[in-house]
Design a protein around this ligand. Structure first.
Ligand code: MG
Ligand code: ZN
Length: 218
C-alpha cells in the first residue's frame, strides 16, 4: 500500500502557493490571509475595513466557509466583489483552490485580495496560499491564552488583530500577556486593537496594509 504523507501533501501545496504568489506579484495584487476561529469577527472586520481601504473597485475578497454564501453576501453589501468557496467538509483553504477564484474575480484590476480562511486556528498555519501577509484575528471573548495555546499559527503571524475590544473588561483580557506571548512566537508581528462596532482601530489597520502593499511592490 502506498501512503501519501502529510509532508508530501504540504510540499505539493507549497509549490502551488509559490505559483499563486508569482501570479499575484505579476499583477501587483497584494494578498492578505485572514485566519481566526469561528466567531472571531473576521467577516465583521472586513465589513468595516474594506470601506477604509479606499476604492472599492480595487478590492477583492475570497470567503472560505464550509457551507452557505452568507459571508460573501455581506461583503458584496459593502460594494466589494466577493467569491464564496465552500469547502464542504474541509477546515481550511489550500493553494489549489485559489486559481479558479483568481479567474472569477478579475484579478488584474485589483490592488488587494483578502482571503477569509474558514474558521480555524490549527491547520491554516501549514497551508500557505501564496499570501503576502498573514493576519490572525483573535477576539477578546476567546481568551488571552490563545496565542500560547496555538503556537504554530501565531508563529506565522505578520499581524495580530484583536477584535471586540469593548468586551475586554468583562473578560479580564490581558493585552500585555497576549503581546508578550506573540513577541516570543513572531517578533515581527504588529498588534492592532479593533472594535468594529465602534469603528476603533480600523483606520490604523487599513493604513498599515496600504503601506505594506507599497513596500512589497516598490
Ligand atoms: Mg466569516
Ligand atoms: Zn484544515
Amino acid at each position: 500500500m502506498e501512503i501519501l504523507s502529510a509532508k508530501k501533501i504540504l510540499a505539493a501545496n507549497d509549490k502551488l502557493a509559490r505559483d499563486n504568489r508569482r501570479r499575484l506579484d505579476e499583477q501587483r495584487v497584494f494578498m492578505v490571509n485572514l485566519i481566526g476561529s469561528p466567531g472571531a469577527g473576521k467577516t465583521t472586520l472586513l465589513e468595516r475595513l474594506l470601506p477604509e481601504m479606499g476604492c472599492a473597485g480595487s478590492l477583492r475578497v475570497v470567503q472560505g466557509d464550509m457551507a452557505t454564501r452568507e459571508d460573501a453576501d455581506r461583503i458584496e453589501a459593502v460594494g466589494v466583489k466577493a467569491l464564496q468557496i465552500n469547502t464542504e467538509n474541509g477546515c481550511h483553504l489550500a493553494a489549489h483552490m485559489l486559481p479558479p477564484a483568481f479567474e472569477m474575480l478579475d484579478l488584474p484590476g485589483a490592488d488587494f485580495l483578502f482571503v477569509e480562511n474558514v474558521g480555524n486556528l490549527i491547520c491554516p498555519a501549514e497551508f500557505h496560499l501564496g499570501e503576502h501577509l498573514r493576519a490572525i484575528v483573535l477576539s477578546v471573548p476567546e481568551g488571552d491564552d490563545k496565542v500560547r495555546k496555538y503556537p504554530p499559527t501565531f508563529a506565522t503571524a505578520d499581524a495580530l488583530v484583536v477584535t471586540k475590544t469593548d468586551l475586554a473588561a468583562s473578560n479580564d483580557f490581558d493585552f500585555e500577556r497576549v503581546a508578550s506571548d506573540l513577541k516570543r512566537l513572531s517578533p515581527r508581528a504588529k498588534v492592532f486593537k479593533v472594535c468594529a462596532k465602534r469603528g476603533e482601530g480600523i483606520r490604523e489597520l487599513a493604513e498599515w496594509l496600504k503601506e505594506r502593499r507599497e513596500s512589497a511592490f516598490a
